[in-house]
Design a protein around this ligand. Structure first.
Ligand SMILES: [Zn+2]
Length: 320
């Protein structure tokens, strides 16, 4: 396991090091808010001419600061407890948050068993802090910091862009330069959120009960049992289980699904089975139609992966 390697390296480190307590905390004038990209690690201190330990380095994806977001909490503490008076937001020219791929993001979390609902009702690009481009990202962060009511008016905030290749900094927002109104809000996405489909190799594993419960509690979306389409999904599962022609096959499928650790394979098997059963049985076809109708009407579960998630959930619930 990786932590064993860390501990082994740490033992070697400690062996060759004389104990040295941390220096007492001192006044620190500067906070730098920059991107979490690890490729910047070796660049940041030399490019900004920062001595180790002489500035707060607050790192967050895309150097993006959103009203009320965590970087502001850290920044306020640094201002009031350590005396920070100057803030530099440092974006970088090749920031990957300006190339944020919503479909790839959805694909990735679904493959890890997390449903879209776990991210709450907000647009995913907004949730992630995706940038239209690095310059506008820096401007938005500067505007958000300046508009924060719990930060002092005399805090100096500027925006910079780092060219990773040359190491050069360019000032995009001077400390005394006004930001345009509304700059703190990044523009909305160009189109609707993509919905990856099972057949193109993108999977939708069943939702994790913990995540669903957390969403219901925090975003007050709905109680877990009132998921749209859950009742028609249960009804379809009951018909499959009770069907003379499909009952035994369904029992076998259920056992196979429970054994199969790969969510994508599981959903593909499930989809194949339901389609076969619907082609063979009028009752199954009607129950599937009803499920599609009811989930489509809510506008939330119109895609195949979400439907299959719901079915998988109903199958697990129905297990003896
Ligand atoms: Zn970045």
């Amino acid at each position: 396991m990786f932590v064993e390697e860390i501990l082994a390296r740490n033992r070697a480190y400690v062996l060759g090091r004389a104990p040295r307590p941390l220096a007492p905390p001192s006044q620190i004038d500067l906070a730098v808010i920059t991107c979490y990209d690890p490729r910047l690690d070796e660049l940041l201190h030399p490019a900004l001419g920062l001595e180790e330990g002489k500035a707060f380095l607050i790192r967050t994806a895309g150097a993006h600061v959103e009203a009320g977001g965590d970087p502001l909490r850290s920044l306020a503490l640094a201002v009031y407890l350590f005396g920070v008076r100057q803030v530099a937001v440092v974006g970088h020219a090749g920031c990957r948050m300006a190339a944020f791929d919503t479909a790839a993001f959805i694909d990735a979390f679904r493959r890890r068993g997390v449903p879209r609902e776990a991210f709450g009702p907000a647009d995913l690009r907004a949730w992630a802090g995706a940038l239209p481009d690095p310059r506008r990202g820096v401007l938005a962060s500067v505007a958000a910091i300046r508009a924060t009511p719990f930060l002092p008016r005399d805090l100096s905030v500027c925006g910079l862009i780092l060219d990773e290749s040359s190491g050069a900094l360019e000032m995009t927002q001077a400390p005394d330069q006004a930001v345009p109104e509304g700059a703190a809000v990044l523009p909305p996405p160009a189109g609707p959120e993509p919905e990856p489909a099972v057949k193109t190799g993108r999977g939708a594993p069943p939702p994790r009960p913990a995540a669903s419960a957390a969403v219901s509690a925090s975003a007050a979306v709905r109680p877990a049992d009132a998921s749209p389409g859950l009742e028609p999904a249960r009804s379809l599962v009951r018909i499959l289980a009770a069907s003379a022609g499909w009952g035994r096959d369904f029992k076998r499928l259920r056992e196979e699904l429970a054994r199969d650790a790969g969510p994508l394979t599981r959903l593909q098997d499930l989809e194949r089975f339901i389609q076969k059963a619907a082609a063979d049985s009028k009752d199954v076809a009607q129950a599937l139609d009803r499920l599609r109708r009811e989930t489509r009407a809510t506008g939330r579960l119109s895609d195949a992966p979400a439907l299959l998630e719901l079915l998988w959930r109903s199958i697990r619930e129905a297990q003896p």
